[in-house]
Design a protein around this ligand. Structure first.
Ligand code: BES
Ligand code: MN
Ligand code: MN
Length: 455
């Protein structure tokens, strides 16, 4: 442990400088205007893996953005860890809400501000540096494979294909991912599950053109009003989701499991204050930790229609649209939920409008085991570097590829994230605490050590 700490201490400025270099690439996967930058980022990641000592490093082209692969095999008798991460980031918009530019990493108050600082560049790069550290200090205790992709934020469509076509190359005993949150440095935790996702876009069409709202208003249904009513009806008075059959497959937790989940430290007043809300909201009968961890949800991600420019325009819009996502929990199936949504939304549409529902990407929920050698190794590593046992929690976000690793490769995952829920992922002013970054680099080699010992 001491030589790990010494190595981090002696190299921390370089570890930061290299991460800053990575953060300067605007690797936005959703917007084709950044395609060149995304490709350059993949090359940079490959180069850093090579420099850290990885072999057979390859930038694998796909129908979309490339996947970076690299490995270091030290012996067939040793266990193999597959490290997964993503070098792509969410769009930085709205730009005007950033205090400093999203692709010019800036340190304020011990925190690195940049798009991707936490999700996931800062987090996967800890693994590259931990890999370097192990080789420069005690040597690797196990085989390591890296797979860093460029399409996580847009649904990992091509990664699914890559995994199916590269089963032999990706063979491993466990997948290790740092792309989730922990409670805090004082209360380290390990997420033991992720929610799935069903994402749809809806369109409500009324008259065949925008109309003068004085001439026609009152006589023709307004698609924006209809859409608002339809959306409002998707939750009942107890904030349950009112789509028939929606909860049919939901696995309910036992009272003991719920009690354990609610033991995690959570300060409701702090939470409200951080978000600037007077009251919280959610499904009746469940706590906030349950609402974000073990219950499915439905959210409007965007809604538009009619005139939204400067000043006033008296118009009755011809159509209105919304993007709606549903987070799913174990045993729910994203395709089935998408179908349920589709038929329900069509069924509640009045005859005054025409409604179309278009599915986007989805993903399946997962729970990760806590009785495995890999989980025990992660828990031991955290206990040693943080001085405290990690609390198991359930994460609200989604990483669709985790369920696919299980299905295609038969490999379970350990989610050893070092970010915080308050790191502004996908929001303006995304950040990652330098302390978390360095702590991660310190903890990862211990995971490999204990995993090798325990398996
Ligand atoms: N790293 C996040 C997921 C995450 C964040 C899990 C925090 C747990 C805690 C990932 O990059 C992400 O944002 N995933 C998307 C899904 C994807 C299909 C666009 C999400 O959760 O919205
Ligand atoms: Mn991520
Ligand atoms: Mn993300």
């Amino acid at each position: 442990m001491q030589n790990i700490k010494d190595y981090v201490e002696q190299n921390k400025q370089r570890f930061l400088d290299e991460l800053f270099e990575l953060l300067r690439f605007p690797s936005v996967s959703a917007d084709p205007k950044y395609n060149g930058d995304v490709a350059k980022t993949a090359e940079f990641v490959a180069e850093k893996l090579r420099a850290a000592g990885a072999e057979n490093v390859e930038v694998c082209q796909t129908a979309g953005h490339p996947i970076v692969y690299g490995e270091k095999m030290i012996g067939e008798d040793k266990p193999t860890v597959l490290v997964y991460g993503h070098y792509d980031v969410q769009p930085p918009d709205p730009l005007e809400l950033w205090d400093t530019p999203p692709f010019e990493p800036t340190v304020r108050d011990g925190k690195i501000y940049a798009r991707g600082a936490c999700d996931d560049k800062g987090q996967f790069y800890m693994h590259v540096k931990a890999f370097e550290l192990m080789q420069q200090t005690d040597g690797l205790p196990c085989n390591i494979k890296f797979m860093i992709e460029g399409e996580e934020e847009v649904g990992s469509d091509n990664l699914g294909l890559f995994v199916a076509e590269n089963k032999e190359r990706l063979k491993a005993d466990v997948v290790l991912i740092s792309d989730t949150s922990m409670i805090s440095l004082e209360n380290p935790s390990l997420e033991t599950g992720l929610r799935g996702l069903s994402y749809v876009e809806v369109e409500v069409v009324g008259p065949n053109r925008d109309l003068h709202s004085g001439v026609y208003g009152g006589a023709v249904a307004n698609p924006a009003t209809i859409l608002a009513k339809m959306i409002a009806s998707l939750h009942d008075e107890n904030n349950h989701i009112a789509i028939p059959g929606f909860y049919d497959d939901v696995l309910e937790l036992s009272e003991e499991e719920r009690a354990a989940l609610n033991k995690a430290p959570f300060e409701i007043e702090e939470y409200k204050q951080d978000l600037g809300v007077n009251e919280l909201w959610g499904e009746e009968g469940f706590t906030t930790l349950e609402r974000t961890g073990i219950r499915p949800t439905l959210e409007v991600n965007g809604i538009w229609g009619g005139y939204i420019g400067e000043g006033a325009k008296t118009v009755l819009p011809s159509k209105a649209n919304a993007k709606i996502s549903m987070r799913l929990v174990p045993n729910q199936d994203s395709k089935k939920i998408t179908e349920l949504f589709k038929s329900h939304f069509q069924a509640i549409a009045p005859d005054t409008v025409k409604v179309t529902v278009t599915p986007h990407h989805g993903g399946e929920p997962v729970v990760t085991p806590t009785d495995s050698a890999a989980y025990q190794a992660a828990a031991k590593a955290i206990e040693e570097s943080f001085g405290k046992k990690p609390i198991p929690t359930r994460g609200g976000g989604s990483i669709p590829i985790v369920a696919l690793f299980e299905k295609e490769l038969g490999i379970k995952t350990v989610l050893m994230g070092f970010g915080l829920d308050s790191d502004n992922l996908h929001s303006p002013n995304e950040k990652f605490d330098i302390a978390n970054y360095l702590k991660g680099i310190e903890t990862i080699p211990l995971f490999h050590k204990y995993f090798s010992e325990l398996s």
